[in-house]
Design a protein around this ligand. Structure first.
Ligand SMILES: [Zn+2]
Ligand SMILES: [Zn+2]
Length: 269
């Protein structure tokens, strides 16, 4: 599945990058260069801030470009007229369902996305901010993206407040420059508070969905059976991979493939 051609999604992705670029510009140009000119904190904050920006972009790109878990289409058209007579098939694959739009069988927990126009494995929701579905394969990167946006927002707020509490007395600044700094600082403060709160709300939702093993789609459909009593760490590992939990924070480790490579359809069609 390629890049989803959804105008709203494309605009949201562009807005995301513009917002991150603006934050980087304000922090570097108007806060660090203006208030920490002669301090060793300047290079430290430049490196730390841009490291978060880099990790954020990596996680975001992976969430945007990776296949969220698209259910492949059958090679040949499936004849659904024998659906009810095929008891063997139904017994073997208890919770497999039929998608009439994709004209295929789909595994348990897969749902059809009207924007992607395909069925997605363990679909949570379609997110315009990544212009993609949040599903089995990219939920980890989506969570990381949220986490880094939150970290960047908090870092920006911290730097802005620090620049107000400890203004640099030795730094050479003119009145127009000080005014510009104030304007950009206030704008970035608003941006950070807005995106920060928004992202925390989604993060809480996502963690609830993972820890209670119920995607947003299932919560709407009130599909109780998936509310299992498995250990919370096992549920987290299913989304983030079997590696060490510290690696869950980085957008580089590979996911465990086990769950993703279940053969789609083993009977003749
Ligand atoms: Zn479908
Ligand atoms: Zn979608």
């Amino acid at each position: 599945m390629g890049f989803v051609k959804d105008p709203c999604g494309i605009v949201c992705v562009l807005v995301t990058y513009l917002a991150v670029l603006y934050a980087d510009y304000v922090v570097t140009r108007w806060i660090i260069l203006q208030t920490m000119q002669n301090s060793l904190w300047a290079p430290f904050h430049v490196v730390a801030f841009n490291t978060i920006v880099f990790l954020l972009s990596m996680a975001h790109l992976k969430a945007v470009l990776l296949d969220p878990g698209t259910v492949p289409l059958p090679q040949t058209r499936i004849d659904f007229s024998d659906l009810h007579s095929e008891r063997n098939y139904n017994r073997e694959h208890e919770e497999w369902t039929v998608c009439t739009r994709c004209e295929t069988y789909r595994p348990p927990r897969a749902h059809h996305c009207r924007i992607c126009k395909r069925c997605i494995r363990r679909m949570d929701h379609h997110c315009p901010w990544i212009n993609n579905c949040v599903g089995e394969r990219n939920q980890k990167y989506f969570l990381q993206f949220l986490m880094y946006v939150c970290a960047l927002a908090l870092y920006s707020i911290f730097l802005i407040i620090a620049s107000w509490v400890y203004p640099c007395e030795n730094c050479s600044t003119t009145v127009p420059e000080t005014q510009s700094r104030m304007l950009h600082s206030v704008l970035l403060l608003l941006e950070s508070a807005l995106f920060g709160l928004f992202v925390i709300a989604i993060m809480v939702d996502q963690m609830h969905a993972i820890l209670y093993d119920e995607t947003a789609v299932e919560a709407v459909q009130q599909k109780g059976p998936y509310r299992s009593h498995r250990p919370k760490m096992a549920l987290l590992a299913e989304v983030c991979g079997r590696g060490h939990p510290a690696m869950w924070l980085f957008p580089c480790a590979t996911l465990n493939r086990k769950h993703h490579d279940v053969p789609l359809l083993s009977h003749d069609v």
